[in-house]
Design a binder for this molecule. Sequence first.
Ligand code: NAD
Length: 248
Amino acid sequence: MSLQGKVVLVTGGSKGIGRAIAEEFHRQGAKVAINYNSSEEEAKKLKEKLGEGVDIFRADVSDRSQVSLMVKEIERNLGKVDILVNNAGIWYLFGIENYDESKFDRMWEINVKGVINTTLEVLPHMKEKREGVIINMASNASLGTSAFGNTFYSLTKASVVMLTRRMAFEFGKYKIRVNAIAPGWVETDMTIGGKSEVEIKELEKWFKERTMLSMVGKPEYIAKVAIFLAEAEYMTGQTVVVDGGRID
Ligand code: NAD
């Protein structure tokens, strides 16, 4: 699929991994709808930086009615969505013994229901066109163990992997492809926001020792795989791990 002129919606696209994905699609000639919820300042700056063919749209992906209004606005401003990147997500670290129900509920609402809400709102156009690409952001935390206490985050991301498989199965007949990316540790606000330089250096050392490539993850590495998945016409239902070769 050529990306030129395609309309791409990136949820949580104003910073971090989503931002890198939005920028890469823009470089490839796509029209990019950047969804944000709270980070309006970053969203406005990014729209200014990228210019032509980019617009920003506020919506909380956990709220279907907000997503529905957003998709209608995107259709008016940029056109119908051809490629959806379900990137928005949050991360709370706690294990079973420290179970926090309200935090788990919020992660579930955004990381899982957010994917469902946004997918259902763009689906009618993709079905009608008999073409479409959906890329879900999972995590390598969903696939194995992790030293961090991210038990319930992993649970939401494992659900994203399963949703990817099920959506691919159900939407294949409409020629809509659904794949996921499972990043390892990537330096964004989620992982290093609010940390001191010393703490960041320690984290980097820890992760370098635990990846085959001895490299720290950058959002651009994930963006390249999103482009690949948008173009890979015979690939669906898969979760691609992009983690520098994590050694647990
Ligand atoms: P980030 O915190 O920099 O960005 C997350 C984005 O999601 C932000 O723009 C935020 O505003 C948005 N968001 C949060 N709640 C939202 C909501 N209710 N509605 C709309 N937008 C909302 O984090 P990131 O590292 O760029 O994470 C992007 C995705 O990648 C997430 O799904 C995350 O779980 C996943 N991921 C990140 C890492 C990592 O190491 N950074 C690893 C694996 C997976």
